[in-house]
Design a protein around this ligand. Structure first.
Ligand code: PMP
Length: 449
């Protein structure tokens, strides 16, 4: 029974693994954009198991590919060849620009970033790393050092030599809270200056230059880590042109640029297959996880032959990375994205979603900001739209629980936990958006009257 499962969970699972909602949901089935609990109740999944179910729960084509491979060959490790790993490496890197053509398969986003940091240090023979405040790059003790978000840090030795630069935040930003961003939804708070000429972006850039000047030995750096849109941090978008200039600065000083595409890859941002393309940059290393496997444990680091060479013939190894089943799943995911035009769907349905949410923002003062691109959306909830103080926790939880009670599951993020995160399977439709927005509107009406 449900109660018995809760008791077993409490006795045998680590307590830090907290479930969402006052009464945790017990999910027993998933089909495309829908999840079903143990009572058979259906929910619209607007969070996709944290941006991971990219093409839909139990997508039949992905399930068939996994099943077929499971009936053929499960595991070899890299000590033998198997047909799928070559084919998948080729297909995945075909999606990449330039000479980003070499892949190392791993099992999670943390592991991918761990390896990216090692590669940057080996290749450049430098030690120092820069990442942005409010960024999330994983939870292994090593990458905890680049995750610049106090919620996700413990008082243990983490990667040393990491410097956290100020993250531009167009809504709460330190410099006027007003600068351009790349989103189909404009607000009166957005900047009207010409692309790449944003004054606030320049101030953040100056601050980044100061990191080089004051914190780095001889200004040298091994690498810069950046998400294309900060995900866990609350869907925070850097101003146009900022990342491009940051990349230039890093390269002038000998460093590599690492794009963390764990959330923004695989067409989620709609306009492009990779989030970094939206910034007009080309990284030296790209890390990916989550949506790559639609929920199957799979992650990857893609880089250039030259950077990959820096591992030399060292015995750098992992047991499960690129196993036949993971590769079969990964290829099926790529097929489905293409065949069902899910990147285009992300753009069309995502833009519609943003527009509908912007109408809520104009109607309810507690909806402070609506932002994002494609199906990577954030809604910042505030107590007061002038001070932008975060909505108090109880109010937020009441709203969020109400949406769940009406059949809509939303994510939550940002340092203050006051941003609704909307990152559904990319197969959702405009009708689903209408349902989701109607539910949110109802919850807002109930809790703001
Ligand atoms: N990078 C980003 C941008 C992420 O959002 C996450 C996970 N939330 C990670 C890295 C770490 O991935 P994992 O949980 O698979 O280790």
């Amino acid at each position: 029974s449900y109660d018995e499962m809760v008791r077993t969970r409490d006795a045998h699972l680590v307590p830090c693994l907290k479930s969402y909602y006052k009464k945790p949901l017990l999910m027993t089935e998933g089909h495309m954009q829908w999840l079903f609990d143990h009572t058979g109740r259906r929910y619209l999944d607007l969070f996709g198991g944290i941006v991971t179910v990219s093409v839909g729960h139990c997508h039949p084509k992905v399930t068939a590919a996994a099943t077929e491979q499971m009936n053929t060959l499960w595991h070899t490790t890299a000590i033998y060849m198997h047909p799928k790993i070559q084919e998948y490496a080729k297909r995945l890197t075909d999606k990449m620009p330039g000479d980003l053509k070499v892949v190392y398969f791993v099992n999670s986003g943390s592991e991918a970033n761990d390896l990216a940091m090692l590669l940057a240090r080996l290749y450049t023979k430098q030690f120092d790393i820069i990442s942005f405040r409010n960024g999330y790059h994983g939870m292994s003790p090593y990458v905890m050092g680049i995750t610049a978000h106090s919620t996700w840090r413990f008082d243990v030795p983490v990667a040393q030599g990491v410097h956290h630069a100020m993250n531009p935040d167009p809504y709460q930003g330190l410099w006027g809270g007003k600068h351009c961003r790349d989103s189909p939804v404009q607000t009166t708070r957005d900047c009207s200056c010409a692309p790449n000429e944003c004054e606030a972006a320049d101030k953040y850039y100056t601050q980044l230059e100061e990191v080089f000047k004051y914190s780095l030995p001889r200004g040298k750096v091994a690498g810069l880590f950046a998400e294309s849109i900060q995900g866990v941090g609350g869907t925070v978008q850097f101003p146009k042109g900022f990342l491009k200039k940051a990349y230039e600065l890093v390269r002038i000083n000998g460093g590599l640029c690492i794009a963390d595409e764990v959330q923004t890859g695989f067409g989620r941002t709609g306009e492009h297959f990779w989030g970094f393309e939206g910034h007009g940059v080309r990284p030296d290393i790209v890390t990916m996880a989550k949506g790559i496997g639609n929920g199957f444990p799979l992650a990857a680091v893609v880089t250039t032959p030259a950077v990959a060479e820096s591992l030399g013939q060292a015995l750098h190894f992992n047991t499960f990375g690129g196993n036949p089943v993971a590769c079969a799943v990964g290829m099926a995911v790529l097929d489905v994205i293409q065949e069902e035009r899910l990147q285009q769907n992300s753009q069309v349905v995502g833009t519609y979603f943003l527009q509908e949410l912007a109408r809520l923002r104009d109607q309810f003062p507690c909806v402070g900001d609506v932002r994002g691109k494609g199906l990577m959306i954030g809604v910042e909830m505030v107590n007061d739209p002038v001070t932008k103080a975060p909505m108090n926790n109880k109010h937020f939880i009441d709203l969020w629980e109400d949406c769940k009670n009406m059949g809509v599951l939303l994510g939550r993020g940002a340092l203050n936990g006051n941003v609704l995160r909307i990152k559904p399977p990319m197969c959702i439709t405009k009708e689903d958006v209408d349902f989701g927005v109607a539910v949110l509107r109802k919850a807002l009406q109930t809790h703001t009257e």
